[in-house]
Design a protein around this ligand. Structure first.
Ligand code: NAD
Length: 259
């Protein structure tokens, strides 16, 4: 029996990354998880994803550190033999006006949301090139396409990762490797819950009213995109039907960027 294909998914202890890990495990992939969190959260993610029957491992790389990203890529190759799919998903947010934006927060958002994807790609690409096949998916955001106030670092990182996606696609266009980005609108994850909590506090709203305010402002469908919708899109991008889709973005934003 041949070995299963292998997916390395960054930031997969929570939210969208965890759902993407479920999606690939269900589709028969061996999965390398990564992310921060308590031991209980990590153990829980491992056992949830492992319940689909395939092999699962976890690497604790802090993606703000290039040497730890290298260790994660090498550990994945050593554990499972190769990396067929790399999903650069980990991300953080910080909100403040530019003149008030703490420099260390700027550096952290750019490091985790953009530079980490560059490092993971540069380290995973040679193996993919040697095998003549690979899939790279960068989880960007509607904020790669449009801006919002108080998100300078996030918007800059997400616009940057769309550029990185296109360059990677062009450099590997004839090598059997595709590189694409997924741009979600609002997805109800811990990253967004923090913004709902801040809005509820600032405007004296209930959680439900703060959620609605967030959606009314940006997302015409008035519903959150589900993490499993992102997972389904990522798995699709690795299917034969997507073999000639490269250098593009798929937007799941309930109409956010249509207006
Ligand atoms: P989340 O906070 O639920 O998960 C983020 C993941 O990244 C976690 O596993 C966390 O441990 C990991 N992470 C953070 N810093 C890390 C570090 N230094 N090293 C390793 N891992 C680290 O957030 P989410 O909403 O699931 O976001 C996932 C991705 O989707 C992010 O890139 C985010 O920008 C993007 N996104 C989210 C939304 C949304 O509405 N939630 C919308 C558009 C794009």
């Amino acid at each position: 029996m041949s070995n299963p294909p292998v997916a390395l998914i960054t930031g997969s202890t929570s939210g969208i990354g965890l759902a993407v890990a479920h999606g690939f495990a269900k589709a028969g992939y061996a999965v390398m998880l990564n992310g921060l969190g308590s031991q209980a959260q990590i153990d829980d993610a491992r056992s949830q994803v492992g319940a689909h029957g395939g092999e699962v491992d976890f690497h604790p790389a802090d993606l703000s550190q290039a040497d730890q990203i290298e260790a994660m890529v090498r550990a994945t190759e050593a554990r499972f033999g190769q990396i067929d799919v790399l999903v650069n998903n980990a991300g953080i947010q910080h909100t403040a006006r530019i003149e008030d934006f703490p420099i260390e927060k700027w550096n952290a958002v750019i490091a985790i949301n953009l530079t980490a994807a560059f490092h993971a790609q540069r380290l995973a690409l040679p193996g993919m090139q040697a095998r003549g096949r690979g899939r790279i998916i960068n989880i960007a955001s509607v904020h790669g396409l449009v801006a919002s106030v108080e998100k300078s670092a996030y918007v800059a990182a997400k616009h940057g990762i769309l550029g990185l996606t296109k360059v990677c696609a062009l450099e590997n266009a004839e090598s059997g490797i595709t590189c694409n980005a997924i741009c979600p609108g609002w997805v109800l994850t811990p990253l967004v819950q923090k913004q709902i909590d801040a809005r509820a506090e600032r405007e004296g709203l209930s959680n439900a009213d703060a959620e609605r305010a967030l959606l009314v402002e940006k997302q015409p469908s008035l519903r959150f995109t589900r993490p499993e919708d992102i997972a389904g899109t990522a798995v699709f991008l690795c299917s034969p039907a997507a073999d000639n889709i490269t250098g593009t973005t798929i937007t799941l934003d309930g109409g956010w960027t249509a207006r």
